[in-house]
Write a protein that binds this ligand. Structure first.
Ligand code: SF4
Length: 453
């Protein structure tokens, strides 16, 4: 990622686009309704969340051992674990594997970690063609657009707009129904997966005790693509490892209920390595660090590594609902992005993301693994202040404001209004053109009180 505060502010302007606002709010409200329906499947959701919280804590405490055990077991199953320090390392490993096997086309699944290493652009530069297997991403790919939301990649588009993307590139009726569009894409993806020999996926969980890779989905494309391809390369962040298959009984239902409101996703695959009878003949897991160890070094914020990527916090975030997914310039958007990105990719560069939060706490309330997202954002703000990497103009504005407001005499001075004008000017520089300081009353309360008396 290479976002800057200026591009963040520029892209955030979309929040003033009424149509965008309506679409994204309508689509996220559908999510909230499904979640509310799904929640009734739990007799005691809080207890289950507590279990998931303890489980993820245990996994983080034993991360080193779990990772080494996963490697041992997965290699024993006939697969191969590869370690990537950063995104460049991961891309190189993928490229070397594809070149060695003379593969010039791949399929890929909907995965934030594949976006994190910017695999589409990289393979494009290397002339390796890539086919998205998910419906929304397939449509977005026609215009090389990124996913807008980690789960519902095209949450910002209407069905007419999706239809428009598809008809521009394919022979599809302009007024196709959602069902016709889905069937059309399914057919196209099927045709491609039958011919393409390599498949890239992420991983929802890695099972340390048996060396398994867990992939969950609703469209069935991962299952199809991985069983057709000769080579399956799964990329997973190092924190995806959990102790054992038993833990899935807690995590998978929580993941699907918080992602889509389903009690379980339609397809849940556990792959233990290459197939003994068919495809994939080869299977690799790339374990990606990419500054996760930096995040793990922060005592409080390391909790973020328990994230199961259900995207619930994104779907309920009022900031995300206004500024949308492209402002963050990262595959990690919303509250999760505001916690992770500054710590993983530079507090100084991404300090502005710590301000992209109203601290309403909806994210913390919904998180299935009890990550206190709003607290962690405050922790990040604290770090920004103690390390003095914040916006210097904003800081001086507040200092001036505090100095001013601390003295009654200064507040009552005839120069007061002049100073307010200065503050207004500073505000425009730091808060943007659309926000105004409230109008100050011509007289202070004490003046008014004295006169009344
Ligand atoms: S932080 Fe919690 S709510 Fe947000 S994506 Fe991760 S697990 Fe889901």
């Amino acid at each position: 990622m290479n976002g800057t505060k200026a591009t963040f502010l520029e892209k955030s302007e979309i929040s003033f686009d009424e149509e965008h606002w309506q679409k994204i709010n309508y689509n996220t409200s559908c999510y909230e309704k499904s979640f509310a329906k799904g929640k009734v499947n739990y007799r005691d959701m809080e207890l289950e969340k507590e279990r998931a919280y303890n489980l993820s804590n245990k996994s983080l405490m034993n991360l080193e051992k779990l990772l080494v055990d996963f490697e041992t077991h997965f290699n024993k199953n006939g697969g191969k674990v590869l370690w990537a320090r950063d995104a460049e390392d991961a891309r190189k490993l993928i490229f070397d594997l594809l070149t060695r096997e003379k593969v010039n086309a791949v399929t890929r699944s909907n995965s934030t970690v594949l976006d994190e290493i910017d695999i589409n652009a990289f393979l494009g530069r290397k002339n390796i063609s890539l086919t998205e297997t998910g419906f929304a991403r397939f449509a977005l790919q026609t215009k090389n657009l990124h996913a807008y939301h980690p789960l519902s990649s095209a949450i910002h588009l209407s069905k007419e707009e999706l239809n428009g993307l598809l008809t521009e590139q394919y022979k599809l009726k302009p007024d196709s129904s959602p069902k016709q569009m889905v069937n059309f894409v399914r057919y196209q993806v099927s045709e491609k997966t039958n011919k393409i020999h390599a498949c890239l996926t992420g991983a929802n969980f890695l099972l340390s005790d048996e060396g398994g890779v867990v992939l969950t989905e609703n469209e069935g494309n991962i299952l199809k693509a991985t069983s057709k391809a000769k080579i399956h390369i799964a990329v997973a962040g190092i924190a995806k490892v959990i102790p054992s298959m038993d833990d899935l009984s807690v995590l998978l239902p929580l993941l699907s209920s918080h992602a889509t409101g389903q009690s379980m996703a339609a397809f849940n695959n556990i792959i233990f390595g290459p197939s003994k009878t068919g495809n994939p003949e080869q299977m690799y897991v790339i374990l990606l660090n990419n500054d996760r160890s930096e995040l793990l070094s922060h005592e409080k914020q390391r909790k973020m590594m328990s994230c199961i990527h259900c995207s619930a916090c994104v779907s309920v975030c009022p900031i995300y609902k206004n500024i949308g997914g492209y402002a963050y310039d990262s595959s990690y958007v919303g509250p999760m992005g505001s916690v992770m990105t500054p710590l993983m990719h530079g507090l100084k560069e991404y300090e502005y993301l710590t301000s992209a939060c109203s601290l309403c706490g909806k994210c913390t309330e919904i998180c299935p693994v009890k990550i206190p997202l709003d607290d962690l954002i405050i922790e990040n703000r604290h770090l920004v202040a103690t390390e003095k990497v914040g916006d210097a103009k904003l800081e001086s504005m507040f200092k001036l404001m505090i100095w001013h407001c601390k003295s009654r005499k200064r507040m009552d001075s005839p120069l007061f209004m002049k100073k307010i004008e200065i503050k207004r000017y500073l505000n425009k520089q730091t808060w943007g053109d659309r926000r105004e300081l409230p109008e100050f009353a011509p007289k202070s309360f004490s003046q008014w009180w004295k006169e009344k008396k």
